[in-house]
Design a protein around this ligand. Structure first.
Ligand code: ATP
Length: 358
């Protein structure tokens, strides 16, 4: 039995989570999967009501009694101090040591690519972003704050263990999936201290995967090349900061924010799946949010836990919904969040007739 906690969160997170849950429940029925879902009231509403983010007991339950978390989005303009988002999201990422931020960027239909010349081969990038170190640990300090000679120092933390495990995860993924190459994205020319560690570890780990080609690329050159010839790249591995930026670019090349899923993983221990987009307060409550990023998160969850046929059905049906124009306004369609979710549910078994129960 796989136990999944659903945390809808705030804003459109609540709306897209509803559709991801709908699709996941449908997949559980159609494919007869041993998965149990439960909904968690965590987010701004509760914080405003009770002043609670996530209690220690709740964290323990999530860590010990749930195998995975399916998150909508967190963030609410009514809560001026967004430290509650950091408390919950970064707390979960760091305390559960979810060191892999995996973002698959696959172009589901050429019409969604903003490039003038869409590569005939399509675009398929798998980004492995280090998720627990780098410059996002908030280490450093300010000296003479507010004065003309103020000094602000933000440290970037890179450990051998941290680099090794994310690089190995990227190579292992490439080897398991038959992906042709792994590219290390860094800035080793201008940041040679951390760059040297990443490159040394990358070279050593690569020797264990002779069947996978290895390259290195400076992040600025990569930003250019992803726009010029994204079809050249396959698996990318990079730091927390560069991964954040490169994966937004890659998401935009493959259909935009509304479509992009992500997974935060510690293999064998825990996993948290969340769409790349935020809570989008500007469209919250309108029923226009694109639920596909969240639905694809459900697909990623199924794939990660080995429910291959169900995962393929979700991805196939999502692509079909786009081809059939069953889309929300961000993709040029006129369907509501709920209509897109229902369409994908209704067509989930139709796309995989051989897997329907008798
Ligand atoms: P965060 O800091 O939490 O990432 P943000 O405001 O920077 O939040 P989003 O909340 O992701 O970013 O929204 C950015 C823009 O993209 C907004 O204009 C929003 O309406 C739009 N957007 C985000 N997600 C979706 C979606 N699922 N469907 C349609 N539009 C979306």
């Amino acid at each position: 039995m796989l136990r999944v906690a659903v945390i809808p969160g705030d804003g459109i997170g609540i709306e897209v989570s509803r559709e991801a849950t709908r699709v996941l429940e449908r997949a559980i029925t159609v494919f007869d999967l041993d998965i149990e879902l439960d909904q968690w009231d965590v987010g701004a509403e509760r914080f405003l009501r009770d002043g609670i983010t996530l209690t220690d007991a709740e964290f323990r339950t999530l860590a010990e009694d749930r195998d995975a978390i399916l998150l909508g989005a967190l963030g609410d303009p009514r809560v001026k101090d967004e430290s509650y988002v950091r408390d919950i999201l970064l707390g979960l990422r760091l305390k559960l040591d979810l060191y892999i931020n995996y973002r698959p960027c696959v172009l589901p239909d050429p019409s969604l690519c903003p490039l003038k010349d869409v590569p005939a081969e399509g675009i398929h990038l798998d980004i492995f972003r280090e998720n627990t170190e780098g410059i996002y640990l908030n280490l450093g300090g300010v000296f003479r704050e507010g004065m003309a000679d103020e000094v602000a120092i933000q440290e970037s933390v890179n450990t051998h263990r941290g680099v090794e495990r994310i690089v190995r995860a990227a190579f292992q993924f490439a080897a398991d999936r038959g992906r042709p190459s792994v590219t290390l994205v860094d800035k080793a020319n201008a940041m040679p201290i951390e760059g040297a560690l990443w490159r040394r570890v990358f070279d050593v780990v690569a020797q264990d995967y002779p069947e996978v080609a290895q390259n290195t690329m400076y992040v600025d050159a990569m930003a250019m090349d992803l726009v010029r010839r994204p079809e050249r790249y396959s698996v990318l591995v990079t730091s927390n900061l560069f991964g954040d930026i490169i994966s937004d670019l890659a998401a935009e090349l493959t259909g935009g924010l509304g479509l992009a899923p992500s997974a935060n993983i510690h293999p064998g221990r825990h996993a948290l799946f969340e769409p790349v987009h935020g809570s989008a307060p500007d469209i919250a409550g309108l029923g226009t949010a694109n639920p596909i990023g969240a639905i694809r998160c459900a697909g990623l969850l199924l794939e990660y836990f080995g429910f291959e046929a169900a995962a393929v059905a979700v991805e196939t049906t999502v692509a079909l919904s786009i081809r059939e124009g069953q889309t929300t306004a961000d993709l040029g369609g006129a369907r509501s969040t709920q209509q897109v979710g229902e369409w994908i549910c209704d067509n989930l078994d139709a796309t995989m007739p051989s897997t329907q129960p008798a």
